[in-house]
Ligand binder design. Structure first.
Ligand SMILES: Cc1cc2nc3c(=O)[nH]c(=O)nc-3n(C[C@H](O)[C@H](O)[C@H](O)COP(=O)(O)OP(=O)(O)OC[C@H]3O[C@@H](n4cnc5c(N)ncnc54)[C@H](O)[C@@H]3O)c2cc1C
Length: 380
């Protein structure tokens, strides 16, 4: 077993971190306060080769594996999870389905333009009454001739008001006896007639991402926009999550590491009773616990992502990585705020932002209970 990263992987980590420090950090606080999504940052990330890392070379991407995606994600999330999501994570979100299940024509049409930043995508699965229980999604796409007519609504969709298209989880055979064979994935361009998009403002964290509620009223979409097989949407989405959860795990590793980095710096500068906080053993022990937990989630995340790249996808391991990474990020950020004392509670201290940002890691791409369901099912 060799845990050494290759030279190329180390360079990718360095490039991603440098990008975040130089191009994101200067805007971090302002954009967070203004809840501003910046397409400019997406463009810069595209120019740096950080968007669509998983897109194969023949479709204009760098053709990295999910381990590399996790490595880059980690480094950017150390600086700003929200901007990482806005610029990199969400820019192509949902389009993993095109890579996994799309036709050659769909891959050629969409993937190269995502890498260049000419298109932004979204993955629209969640509905007001179906989040964890994806299969109860009720947005319908009923076939009429060579078109689907879509009706329904989606909620909490990242990139919802800014995306050019969304890969949408729809019910195509509402009467199918097997409820797992009722759905399909359909690519819906955002400018189609009958679509209304409403930004959801006031999020607790990752405020630089665009989140929206979307409604579809008699939206006509050509059947050629079907991604993958009709009736297999549920299985496609489950497979999609089995792959992409390693990215979210990488976000947790990066955010936790960023919180630890900031805390180590702070306790060396801050004096308590005439000497730096860092000289107190209780403080050192807490930092040691934080570092240990981060190393644990880093290892499980890299292993899960590596297995995806080896074609040995392990849904249970990926669920473990995502669940423990999110929970650890929340724990680490809590301790980081504690060590920053009253300063950690202030708006001009980045650690409070880490704390707010961390919570989403226990919610999106499957709440942690959804991951525990996957893990426990495997146990029996
Ligand atoms: C900022 C943000 C961005 C998002 N981006 C996207 C996006 O891009 N695309 C998209 O499709 N969705 C997105 N989501 C939605 C997100 O994936 C859902 O919120 C998540 O899947 C949980 O679904 P829910 O909110 O409907 O909660 P529910 O499913 O209603 O769950 C509520 C609570 O009950 C628990 N629970 C549910 N079922 C069980 C069970 N069987 N056993 C035990 N506990 C259970 C859950 O874990 C949770 O704690 C986003 C959400 C947020 C907040």
């Amino acid at each position: 077993m060799d845990f050494t990263l290759s030279e190329e992987q180390r360079q990718l980590q360095e490039k991603a971190y440098r990008f975040a420090v130089e191009k994101m950090a200067p805007f971090s606080r302002q954009y967070d306060r203004e809840e501003k999504f910046s397409r400019e940052i997406v463009k810069m990330a595209c120019e740096a080769g950080l968007v669509g890392c998983f897109i194969p070379k023949e479709y204009g991407g760098p053709g990295y594996g999910f381990l590399e995606v996790a490595l880059a994600t980690e480094q950017i999330s150390r600086i700003d999870l929200g901007l990482m999501m806005a610029a990199m994570g969400a820019a192509t979100f949902g389009s993993e389905n095109i890579v996994l299940f799309g036709t050659e024509e769909q891959k050629k049409k969409y993937l190269p333009r995502l890498v260049k930043g000419e298109l932004l995508s979204a993955g629209a699965y969640t509905e007001p009454d179906s989040g964890t229980d994806v299969v109860s999604g009720r947005t319908t796409a009923i076939k009429q001739g060579d078109e689907y007519v879509v009706n329904g609504s989606k909620i909490f969709i990242t990139n919802g008001t800014v995306c050019d298209y969304m890969i949408t989880f729809c019910t195509t055979s509402p009467d199918a006896e097997n409820k797992y064979r009722r759905h399909s994935l359909i690519l819906i361009e955002s400018d189609r007639k009958g679509i209304a998009r409403q930004k959801i403002a006031g999020k607790m964290g990752i405020r630089t991402t665009d989140t929206a509620e979307i409604s579809f009223k008699d939206v006509h979409v050509p059947c050629e926009n079907l991604i993958g097989q009709e009736g297999m949407g549920f299985y496609h989405v489950m497979h999609f999550f089995d792959v992409t959860r390693t990215m979210v795990a990488g976000q947790g590793v990066g955010l936790s590491q960023g919180a630890l980095d900031r805390t180590i710096k702070y306790v060396q500068q801050k004096n308590f009773r005439g000497r730096p906080l860092a000289t107190y053993q209780r403080v050192q022990f807490l930092l040691a616990e934080m570092a240990t937990k981060i190393e644990m989630i880093r290892n499980i995340t890299y292993k899960a992502a590596w297995k995806v790249d080896q074609g040995q996808i392990d849904p249970s391991l990926n669920a473990m990585a995502k669940y423990i990474s999110g929970e650890t990020a929340v724990w680490v950020c809590d301790k980081a705020v504690r060590l920053h004392g009253e300063y950690g509670y202030q708006d001009d201290c980045d650690i409070q932002k880490c704390y707010r940002d961390a919570k989403i890691l226990e919610i999106y791409e499957g709440a942690k209970e959804a991951e525990k369901l996957t893990i426990s099912r495997r146990l029996f």
